[in-house]
Design a protein around this ligand. Structure first.
Ligand SMILES: [Mn+2]
Length: 331
């Protein structure tokens, strides 16, 4: 651990020791890493340190992660709270409001910001940020170890969920040695990783598989097979009865084709004429640059943004932009 990291963790420890009440939240539309990190930290504070802890989420847990909701103190799904807290721990948020504006900064005395994405303007009183970490759960594990926590089965289950989902089952580039060392420790501690993986990954409904089938039929290749596009028009939801949360992971199918360097997934949203664009890249493209003009977020190999227009219009826009990228970079 670097001296600078130790310094931040020492200050986090001080704040945690003197705080009595905590507000915890990750980003809107939570994923495995967000939920796992919040529950692991929240469980430690509530059960092992006997602090007052409220974990909030702006949106409900995805169905395949509902099994985590039995970890105490649980997650409150709400759009706001008027309570005041000593400390807010905000996970995986590029800005304070990204947790869904459930609370205002004025309602808390301290803000601890934990993230493994690059953040240009860290908003916390204390910021524990490391873009080289596999996941927020990896950072939470380091925090908990530093705080002297015993990693019980509930904390282990929550952390493993973040590690396995954020690394694409330990297949993506962000699968660090540290991440695998943590998993090894969790297994040594008795965690049944096969059972948890089954709960997370083998929970598809007929509708969600039909949705996948429909989206895969839209798969097209461009620029000599280097760019793949996928589309999800509103009507696919009606045909299949699937929901937006069932779109998770579909984009990765584009990368199964070996020539593909970049995948773009365009989908209609509940907002009229707003298309959500998700991007994944292998090595050549920095997708965080491609979403910059649209106020998007993410990192080099995974990013997203919302753009006004129809799917056809937005797709055209992006393909033109990428043509310029090919000219400049001579890919
Ligand atoms: Mn994450």
């Amino acid at each position: 651990m670097k001296a600078s990291e130790r310094k931040v963790l020492t200050r986090i420890k001080k704040i945690i020791n003197k705080s009595k009440s905590f507000f915890l939240a990750g980003h809107e539309k939570p994923d495995g890493d967000t939920i796992g990190a919040a529950l692991a930290f929240g469980h430690f504070l509530a059960r092992m340190r006997k602090k007052k802890v409220d974990i909030y989420s702006r949106h409900p847990l995805p169905k395949n992660l509902e099994f985590l909701s039995r970890i105490l103190p649980g997650i409150k799904v709400a759009s706001f709270t008027d309570k005041n807290y000593d400390t807010a721990i905000i996970l995986e948020c590029s800005n304070f409001g990204r947790m869904g504006n459930i609370i205002k900064p004025s309602q808390v005395k301290n803000i601890i910001n934990i993230d493994h994405h690059t953040i240009n303007n860290p908003f916390g009183t204390l910021n524990y940020i490391n873009p080289r970490a596999s996941s927020s759960c990896e950072l939470v594990y380091q925090c908990l170890k530093f705080l002297g926590a015993r990693i019980n089965q509930d904390i282990a289950m929550a952390l493993y969920t973040g590690l396995v989902t954020d690394t694409g089952k330990f297949q993506q580039e962000n699968t660090t040695a540290e991440c695998l060392r943590i998993v090894a420790e969790l297994i040594d501690g008795g965690l049944d990783t096969a059972r948890i993986s089954q709960k997370i990954f083998q929970q598809q409904s007929l509708g969600s598989l039909h949705l996948l089938g429909n989206v895969l039929k839209t798969l097209q290749l461009h620029y000599h097979g280097q760019v793949a596009t996928l589309e999800l028009p509103e009507r696919f939801y009606q045909i299949t009865g699937a929901a937006e949360e069932n779109t998770e992971g579909i984009i990765n199918y584009g990368l199964l084709i070996p020539t593909v360097e970049l995948v773009l997934f365009f989908r209609d949203t509940e907002r009229q004429n707003i298309v959500k664009v998700s991007l994944r890249s292998r090595t050549k493209f920095d997708v965080s640059q491609l979403v910059k003009p649209y106020d998007g977020g993410g990192h080099r190999h995974a990013a997203g943004c919302s753009v006004a227009g129809t799917i056809a219009e937005v797709k055209q826009k992006f393909l033109q932009e990428i043509a310029g990228y090919f000219r400049r970079k001579k890919c």
